[in-house]
Design a protein. Structure first.
Length: 189
């Protein structure tokens, strides 16, 4: 399963990260990999011969959908490492990228907010001047849903920080500790 879930680490249409143009050519190799868990992805296949199979993903990444514990397990636990040549390495990079993502999104007060997209406005629009970027993807206050905003549910905070705390418990990860220390101060206010 870890091999299939890696599809969530790539742009929806496999456009290069930071493309900012709907007509941009498709990426090659890992140029469309952001190594985050995107908002969704799905795949399906035929029940009968000669029908088609499909795969769809998402160019938007929300902090609440990241899972550094899964990334850790799929990169560090022998029994869970994917069998593909790059599987465990990709999950290791995803773990690092997810922690960087949380750090980038963490406010001065400690809360985590928003996400990033590779497809601004859902059509790879050019980013307005001054747009904050994360590895070439534009900051989004409300990734995917704007009415109501996808960043309004407090549960995403608790859900995410639970995973960060689990990672710290498992691995004593210093980035996780820094995120938790700052977030806990917010809760004490």
């Amino acid at each position: 399963m870890g091999d299939f879930v890696r599809l969530a680490m790539f742009d929806k249409y496999f456009k290069p990260i930071g493309a900012q143009n709907v007509n941009a050519a498709g990426a090659t190799g890992y140029n469309s990999a952001h190594y985050l868990m995107s908002w969704y992805f799905a795949w399906g296949g035929p029940l009968e011969a000669n029908n088609w199979a499909w795969r769809i993903g998402c160019s938007h990444n929300h902090f609440g959908y990241q899972n550094p514990v899964a990334a850790y397990a799929l990169s560090e636990t022998e029994e869970l490492k994917p069998v593909t040549a790059n599987g465990a390495k990709d999950w290791g990079k995803s773990l690092e990228r997810q922690l960087e993502f949380y750090t980038w999104l963490q406010s001065a007060e400690g809360g985590i907010a928003g996400g990033a997209t590779n497809s601004l406005n859902g059509n790879y629009s050019a980013y307005p001047s001054g747009t904050a970027t994360f590895y070439g993807m534009a900051y989004q206050e409300h990734p995917v849903y704007h009415d109501p905003g996808s960043n309004q549910w407090f549960g995403m905070q608790a859900w995410s920080m639970e995973r960060i705390a689990e990672l710290y418990y498992i691995d004593n990860n210093e980035m996780a500790k820094k995120l938790l220390d700052k977030w806990v101060r917010l809760g004490k206010k």
